[in-house]
Design a protein around this ligand. Sequence first.
Ligand code: CA
Length: 505
Amino acid sequence: MRYILFLFLIIGHLPSQAQQKGKRPNIVIIVSDDHAFQAISAYGGKLMQTPNIDRLAKEGGIFNKAYVTNSLCGPSRATILTGKYSHKNGFKDNRSSFDGSQDNFAKRLQAGGYQTAWIGKWHLETEPQGFDYWQVLPGQGAYYNPDFLVAGKKIRKEGYVTNLISDAAEQWLDGRDASKPFCLVIGHKATHRNWLPDTTDLGRFDNSTFPLPANFYDTYEGRAAAQHQDMTIAKTMQLASDLKMLPDSGFRKGEFSRMNAAQRAKFEAYYKPIIAKFRAAGLKGNALTEWKYQRYLKDYLSTAAALDRNIGRILHYLDAHQLSRNTLVIYLSDQGFYMGEHGWFDKRFMYEESFRTPMVIRYPGVVKPGSRINGMVMNLDIAPTCLEVAGVPVPGDVQGKSFLSLLKNPSGSIRKSMYYHYYEMAEHSVWPHFGIRTQQYKLIRFYQEGEKWELFDLLKDPSEMHNVYGQKGYEQITVKLKEELKGLIREYEDEEAMQIFNKEI
Ligand code: CA
């Protein structure tokens, strides 16, 4: 018995196969904010070219079905870190504060001999834990001349945030201990509202006219929560703060006031004639809404251009330092975003544009270049995947699943359905809801503000315009989906959802 126990202890401390080879891969995770897959050319998006994200997809693989557990900035980052749903990691909405003392994958990597760093947008309010080094934006951060928190101190840097984050990432890589593998998380502020391009990108899309999505003038028939939201381009998007018109109001007090004289002069020179033309046109009704849509896309895509360029910078750094071959690179957003679909911007809903997220991976020797990965994965899976890749055991209470097997076999599958739960009832008035998505169907339960079920047949109705809940012919599938949803709620131990689920409406 004693001999067996001894053997067990020895084996327990043996390095994994990857460790034995002495070449455990480095991990670089680039997390952007509100970056829509519709704005990425590797996803077939026609709005702009993203050559650097496309390069990652070409040299690695692209996830066609990557989703998030709760479509909001802070909660998504908390889920990426912990591999757990919001009700388990405690960060349910953006008013939450992250309990950094809980376990996260970076702590496990650290204990496993990795050097760890988080640089850029963090958004979890409390100080990062599990990172040998961190340099983060306070809260949402600023696009121009932003403050960074470094070891508890606030420092203001001159320049554009997306470039400054790459500078800091490269500096950390330069100074790291090259004898150890590393895990670096680069968090970008881009492309979060209010979209401010780098001065070099101002006017980049001035010659483009973007087609309206087919459901731009959605009237939300049969979808009560969609009727009650406050996130339309028509009404919610602000001419001053979002679109930089009427510069004598909000915009001037906010980000604009952080700019130095040279930056401000470039912005003034660019926007002055646009503002004059806009005022002279006196647009109203649909003409005004469509003008706002065009302006929104120009600003958003110009901001995304710097994001893509800076992803390229990191790939170049890895090339120049002979790190590309032994580094896994993941690019993802914290969730998707509406580019005018349903007449919206913003996120939150379990509808496809915000529930989905772009996710691209390069892992030389494992992911075949040009792979298209169709299995359903979630931001929940990042933590266990990184641990498995590093040869570090995945703790039993992690709720995500490693998708390493999908990387080796892109036509495989790690789950047959996905569970979602959104909580925040604040800005944009999106009712709290939870639900299930299978390959073909999506069943959503809204609660608190409005108690409603919605059901979509995604094969017949990929734009989710027709709620078929309660309609003839859908009785059986509804019963089946409810059973499966209940199973997921039980599996993930979401007690609040279970109580709501059991309430008759
Ligand atoms: Ca976000």
